[in-house]
Design a protein. Sequence first.
Length: 359
Amino acid sequence: MSSADLYRPHALRVELWPPACREAWRDALMAPGLFDDAKPASNWRPATVTKIRKGFGVYLHWLARQGCLDDAGAPAELVLPARAKAYQAALIETGAAPLTVSNRLAEVYSAMRALAPHVDWSWLSKAVKQLRQSARTVRHKIFHMQPVHLLAELGDDLMRRAESASGLSAYQRALTYRDGLMVALLARRPFRLKNFTALTLDASLVLADETGSLIFSRNETKGKRAIELPFPARLWRELQTYLKVYRPYLLTLQQVAPAGPVDALWLSNEGRGMVDGSIRVAIRKRTRTAFGQHLWPHLFRDCAVTTLVRDAPASTRLTRDILGHTSIDVTNAHYNQAQMIEASRRHMAMMETLSRQTT
């Protein structure tokens, strides 16, 4: 079984789920009544509903392939420790990255909390936490990180290259400029990828004379905090060039006329709004070429906070607003790599000193 055979293309649709699962899913998504207790899924955002539905659908498809999908069974009977362990092994066998494996199990856990909320799922929660911690260790993100000013410079350089380098086609110039603006903006406004992808003209990106605003409602952010930030003044001219020159060119690449106006800020090489995956691929490609190590969009958040904490320790609390967190503790727990980097540098300096003393 190939990796492609196991993942997104084969998420079992809800109408094909066992009847008890379909009924429990519908009930989990219904808003609680005035005198009812809140349900685990009642506050899920639409994107979260989609993610967990697909993730659980993938698991059900895997069960069906194993001949273990019982249409008459209750939801809790579908997820047992032995089956979860076998599913993990199947994911690993396909070559899935450790973080992907932990995400797939986390989606199953979230689904079961909604479908069978009165069952004790602590064993699955513990397994997911252990997998996630292990995945973070394997990923070694610290070795991929770059000072945020170098990321900003990379974006600026890509845009300059698009406008001045010889031998580039109009197609190459448009993609290079678009990618440069994405890198430059992420370095200065490190949004989560979902929000960055969802930037749309006159909605989340509101333009006025010589200025603009980046706006997301509380229902559009993970932390349920509204975000409103000025568009970086340093990139205003570059944004205008993209909107007047390169974005219109990308629109001409559409093979089929869209049903309505395309308002996505970031357009693909087919003239459509880019999705998370295509933005991630573009960022990885450009950063790998520049630094020899790729960065992914979410890592820009770590880079921004680490640079700020290292270079301006008194400004640590600003990181909460930069990342849209509800608490500084969340920022410190997940994004502050500054002390580790500084310790690593001191260790390397000490080793070099000792090496010189012994030669």
